[in-house]
Design a protein. Sequence first.
Length: 394
Amino acid sequence: MSGKTYLHVDMDAFFASVEQRDHPEWKGKPVIVGGLPTERRSVVSTASYEARAFGVHSAMPTQRAYELCPNGIYVHGNMKHYSEVSSKIMEILSNYTPDIDQISIDEASLDLTGTQMLFGPSDDLARKIQAEILTETGLTVSCGLASTKYLAKLASEVNKPNGFFMIPEGDEEKFMLNLPLKKVWGIGGKTLERMNASGFFTTRDVHEKPIEVLKMVFGEAMGTFLFNVARGIEMESEKKKSHSLSNETTFPFDIKDIYAAETALMELSYSLMFRLLKEELCSRTVFVKIRFEDFSTVTVQETGEFITSGDMLFEKAKKLLEKKFSVEKGIRLLGVGVQNVEKGLEGNQGVLFDFGEKKKMALEKAVLKLKSKHPETKIQKARLFSKSHFSGEK
């Protein structure tokens, strides 16, 4: 590739794969991470590929998963442990480019533009990265190579698990025109039903319509998205956000339950807090990003005292979510982040009144240090892991 080159790295069934690695006796068996079938509001966070063969998928009620797969292995998640494993993989990726956009705990986009002089052809480098991650962590990842971040993401889904796919430069539109609508990242089940009802069954059907027609049928945001995606055009600006750190996840179907959205937000918040602690960063500004089922996107933020713990970050993010949440509009994507990050934690000393936040911060730093030295250590937060979490199907 002579122009921009992006590599998307996607960890395969991440939470379940970590559990299978840590418990060799579970290898080849259906593992469902989230909650137990006896827990009323429990939902599946991640299902191993063996479990998916039974029809189990993320965000499914665990009781339903048990009906489909009664012999499955059901376990609570261990977010702190998964964050540590994720950090190890991100460290490996950082050896090849400083321009890494960690999209979530189990996904990252790498800008490989210009690295060919150092590491050779990008497709060879992608396979080298896969092999190194497998050797160092015992886990597989799937990779996609393309001229845009969005297309690289789609390419990473083609040959999962442990797969690689490259979209040659100049073939972006051809690739999209041959991609089934249900495989287009961002089009969920309800959106697909709506498109089919309107006479759109393939990406070629979308490609044939002018943007004015698409906007009239699906609205401004979604119509523009569909027009661009059918042509292989980048969805969002390539400009990297400065002085910010964030985590986001796209749901396999629209979320309309506030409890489910908050559960996902909690997972994102704690993962983000451990990244802040690991990189010794702090911030006063929290923001929440929501993309609704009609593809409209809103961001709400608040600036206050320094964020000193995962509990504090989650509580602030939850209040921001509540400002925009509506049972009338399903959520497709949810993200949490911090802006205007500063190096060092000195700012936290300026908190006038301490209601236990310093103790929480000290505890989380201690856990992070312990986990770094002893990855096998199992330490869980009771509230966080007594409920299940969402993760996209990888």
